[in-house]
Design a protein around this ligand. Structure first.
Ligand SMILES: Cc1ncc(COP(=O)(O)O)c(C=O)c1O
Length: 386
């Protein structure tokens, strides 16, 4: 049973069916003048319209890239590369962004920019007042995620967008980027309503394949391209377009728009999961649970337990969830998100993320409600002496 949809999602059969002909039959290079090329070009432009429609953008404002990581890097490095000057050298972000935002900000800091990392508190939510207080005359970029990938908490991007837009009206070259990789397809997203100047999304979080994503770049934003080469994607991203993946992203965007209302049923399942688990495990904590959240994520804290052991025990029971923290070469790092929220070390060590999708069935959640408390109880028992 797959309950790790914040990590990645299944490619929907409709999406795979749309993709396949662009590998085997319509395999043209979209820059070619012949009919093969023109059919590939037409398919890309159709996908661009579908992605634009999902987030309320104009098609020309969508640049296809390889995924969320590239979209974030292109947004941040691209804006700084195009606009940085001695009096435009300040970035505002938060302490609990995805590494694909944290790392470029860190690199720019090492290169001499000033970076303000705002706190998010135990609620997992930055305050628009804190952004207002941090804005300065040299602020060039505000980059704050729309929904956090570990706890699902929503950030007040529309309020922040209004602050940034007001400064731009007064003549400041300042832009708002939001990493909406987790939010798109789960909640309604409109770049106009958010007043975002740049927005990142990723295919594999919304039932398209890995290796494709898009960056929304508002018409008034210039970007310094981050890879140099051909003139693809209106000079925003050089390289032959991944036609089949882009077609798949377009189809997934259409389906996401059609199925957005199903996310309320997902929310009801998530809420039921949390409610029933709380009854059975009175000490259970729902991290970020007091804030407005995505409908699809439950981040659950079991104080005193090792979350890695719990994830493995659940996997053995056929339930795939995650700790939500980076794991490499066998060493697990404690979640920087939960730490940024100021949660005690014991809670950080004992938290798992369960993430649903429109494919999650009520029976799946019923099984977790049955299995999880028993597993927690077993792991909490002192181990028998060897
Ligand atoms: C919030 C957020 N931003 C960016 C990314 C990176 O996206 P991709 O895996 O497409 O590079 C992820 C993926 O985990 C994410 O959750």
């Amino acid at each position: 049973m797959y309950l790790d949809n914040a990590a990645t999602t299944r490619v929907l059969p409709e999406v795979a069916a749309a993709l396949l002909p662009y590998l085997t039959e319509q395999f043209g290079n979209a820059s070619s003048v012949h009919a093969f090329g023109q059919r590939a070009r037409a398919a890309i432009e159709q996908a661009r319209r579908s992605v634009a429609a999902l987030i309320g953008a104009a098609p020309a404002e969508i640049a296809f890239v390889s995924g969320g990581t590239e979209a974030n890097n292109l947004a941040i490095q691209g804006v700084v590369g195009a606009y940085r000057s001695s009096h435009r050298s300040h970035i505002i972000t938060t302490a609990f962004e995805h590494p694909a935002v944290l790392a470029p900000c860190q690199a720019l800091e090492a290169a001499g920019l000033r970076v303000t990392r705002l706190p998010v508190g135990a609620a997992g939510r930055v305050r628009a007042e804190d952004v207002a207080a941090a804005l300065a005359d040299d602020t060039l970029l505000v980059t704050i995620m729309l929904a956090n990938n570990e706890v699902g908490t929503l950030q007040p991007i529309a309020d922040i967008g209004a602050l940034v837009a007001e400064r731009r009206r007064r003549g400041q070259a300042i832009f708002l980027h939001t990493d909406a990789v987790q939010a798109v397809g789960k909640i309604p997203v409109s770049v106009r309503q958010l007043q975002a100047d740049l927005l990142s999304l990723s295919g594999h979080k919304l039932h398209a394949p890995k290796g494709v994503g898009a960056l929304y770049v508002a018409k008034h934003v210039r970007l310094a391209p981050q890879q140099l080469g051909g003139h693809q994607e209106r000079d925003r991203r050089a390289g032959t377009e991944a036609v089949a993946n882009i077609v798949a992203l377009g189809r997934a965007a259409q389906l996401a728009a059609e199925r957005l209302d199903q996310m309320e049923a997902v929310r009801a399942l998530r809420d039921e999961l949390e409610r029933e688990l709380r009854k059975r495990i009175p000490s259970l904590a729902v991290n970020g649970g007091e804030s407005p959240r995505l409908p699809s994520i439950a981040n659950l804290g079991f104080d005193g337990l090792d979350a890695n052991r719990l994830v493995i025990a659940l996997d053995l029971a056929g339930i795939a969830v995650s700790t939500g923290s980076a794991c490499s070469s066998g060493s697990t790092e404690p979640s920087h998100v939960l730490r940024a929220m100021g949660l005690p070390a014991e809670r950080v060590r004992g938290s798992i993320r369960i993430s649903l999708s429109c494919e999650t069935a009520a029976a799946d959640i019923a099984r977790v409600i049955d299995v999880l408390p028993k597993t927690v109880e077993r792991l909490a028992r002192p181990r028998a002496a060897a």
